[in-house]
Design a protein around this ligand. Structure first.
Ligand SMILES: *Cc1c(COP(=O)(O)O)cnc(C)c1O
Length: 362
C-alpha cells in the first residue's frame, strides 16, 4: 500500500483511482474509451468558440440547455440538471443518497466508475452478477435491496458487455423497489440503441416515477467527451439534493454552447450514430462468425469474453495498433471506431482464437 505523507481515509487508500482507457499513438485506432470516432461538427466548434468571455464564471446551471432538454422530455426546467459529464452527476447522487454504511447497488460487471462512487461516499458497493448473457439480473437486484440501500444503478445498454434492459423488465423492477430508494437509469449510450423493446428513459420519465433519475450524456453519441457535459432528468427535489453535493460552477459556458449547437445539428449527429450502430452490428456478426461469444451489443462497443486470456488478447490488439479496453480475467471491450478499423479488429480477434496464435502485427 502507498505510504501517504498525511492521513488518508482507509477506504480511499485501499481503492485505486479510476484508470482511463489507454491513449493511442498517431497510427493506432483508439478503441478504448467508447468515444465518437467523428470529429466535432464545424458548427459545434464555432458555437463553443463564440461562447467567449472566459474571464467570467459561467452561469453554471446552464439554463438555456436545461430549458431545451426539459421541453424535449416534457418536464419543468428544474427537472433537468446539467453536470460536467454524467459521471459527475453520479457522484453527486451517490453523495446525496449514501453515507457511511449505506449500500450502493449495481450489476457487475458494469461501468468501471461505479465502485468508486460508493467508496467516495464511504458507502458499500453491493454487486449482483450479470446474467450469463451479460445483462442485468433485475430480479436478483431487487432481492438485494435492503433498508440500507441508498441508490441503485441500472445501466442500459450495459457498459462494457452491451445488452439492454427491456422496458418490461425495468417496469417490473420498479414495482419491486421501495419508492424511497433512488433508482438511477444510466443511459449513456441511449442514442445507439436499436432494440424497440429496450427501456427508454423518456418513457420512464413520462410515466412519472418519482424515485427514478435518468442520466444521459453528450460524450458518446454527440461526440463531446472532451468538453465534459451530461445531464439528469428527474424529480426536482432529488436534483436539488444532487446540486447540494456538487462542485460549484463546474459546467462551463463553452460546453453548454456546444451542447446546444449539437441539439441544433442533431439530424447530422444522429446520422453518424446510425452509421456507428451499423458498424457495430456488422462487427458483432463477424466476431461471432469467427467464434467469439459476443453478447447483444446495443451501445457503441462490443465485448469479447476472453476470460483468463484477456490481457494476452488485449496485448495482441495493441501489437496490431488497436488500443482496446481489457478488464483482467473477464473480457475486452472494443469501441466502434473508424470503418477502416473493423477489418483489423476481426483479423486480430480471429487470430487469437487460432491454436498457433500467430497474431498479426503491424
Ligand atoms: C461514458 C459513460 C458515462 C458518461 O460519461 P461522461 O463523459 O461523464 O458523461 C456514464 N455512464 C456510463 C455507463 C458510461 O459508459
Amino acid at each position: 500500500m502507498t505510504d501517504y505523507p498525511v492521513r488518508i481515509r482507509p477506504a480511499i487508500a485501499a481503492h485505486p483511482a479510476y484508470a482511463q482507457g489507454k491513449q493511442a499513438g498517431a497510427d493506432a485506432f483508439k478503441l478504448s474509451s467508447n468515444e465518437n470516432p467523428f470529429e466535432p461538427l464545424p458548427g459545434v466548434v464555432a458555437a463553443m468558440q463564440a461562447a467567449a468571455g472566459f474571464h467570467r464564471y459561467p452561469d453554471s446551471s446552464s439554463p438555456r440547455l436545461r430549458a431545451r432538454l426539459a421541453a424535449r422530455f416534457g418536464v419543468a426546467d428544474d427537472a433537468v440538471h446539467i453536470g460536467a459529464g454524467s459521471v459527475s452527476i453520479l457522484y453527486q447522487l451517490a453523495h446525496a443518497t449514501c453515507g457511511p454504511g449505506d449500500e450502493l447497488l449495481f450489476s457487475w460487471r458494469s461501468f468501471e466508475a461505479y465502485p468508486g462512487l460508493a467508496i467516495a461516499a464511504d458507502a458499500r458497493p453491493i454487486t449482483v452478477a450479470n446474467t450469463p448473457a451479460g445483462g442485468h439480473d433485475l430480479d436478483a437486484m431487487a432481492d438485494a435491496v435492503t433498508d440500507r440501500t441508498g441508490m441503485v444503478i441500472v445501466c442500459s445498454p450495459n457498459n462494457p458487455t452491451g445488452p439492454v434492459v427491456t422496458q418490461a423488465d425495468f417496469d417490473a423492477f420498479l414495482g419491486r423497489v421501495p419508492v424511497d430508494v433512488l433508482v438511477v437509469l444510466d443511459e449513456a449510450y441511449a442514442e445507439f440503441v436499436t432494440d424497440p423493446d429496450a427501456v427508454d428513459g423518456a418513457r420512464v420519465i413520462a410515466a412519472g416515477h418519482p424515485n427514478v433519475v435518468v442520466l444521459r450524456t453528450f460524450s458518446k453519441a454527440y461526440g463531446l467527451a472532451g468538453l465534459r457535459i451530461g445531464y439528469a432528468v428527474g424529480d426536482p427535489r432529488i436534483l436539488s439534493a444532487a446540486k447540494t453535493t456538487s462542485i460549484p460552477l463546474s459546467v462551463t459556458a463553452g460546453a453548454e454552447a456546444a451542447a446546444l449547437a449539437s441539439l441544433d445539428a442533431e439530424d447530422d449527429l444522429l446520422e453518424r450514430v446510425r452509421l456507428i450502430a451499423g458498424r457495430r452490428d456488422r462487427l458483432a456478426a463477424r466476431l461471432r462468425e469467427a467464434g467469439w461469444d459476443v453478447p447483444v451489443a446495443q451501445g457503441n462497443f462490443v465485448w469479447l469474453p476472453a476470460g483468463d486470456r484477456t490481457l494476452e488478447v488485449a496485448a495482441a490488439f495493441e501489437a496490431a495498433d488497436v488500443i482496446v479496453r481489457p478488464f483482467a480475467d473477464d473480457g475486452v471491450r472494443i469501441s466502434i471506431g473508424e470503418e477502416e478499423s473493423l477489418d483489423r479488429v476481426v483479423e486480430v480477434a480471429t487470430a487469437v482464437l487460432q491454436k498457433d496464435r500467430a497474431y498479426p502485427a503491424r
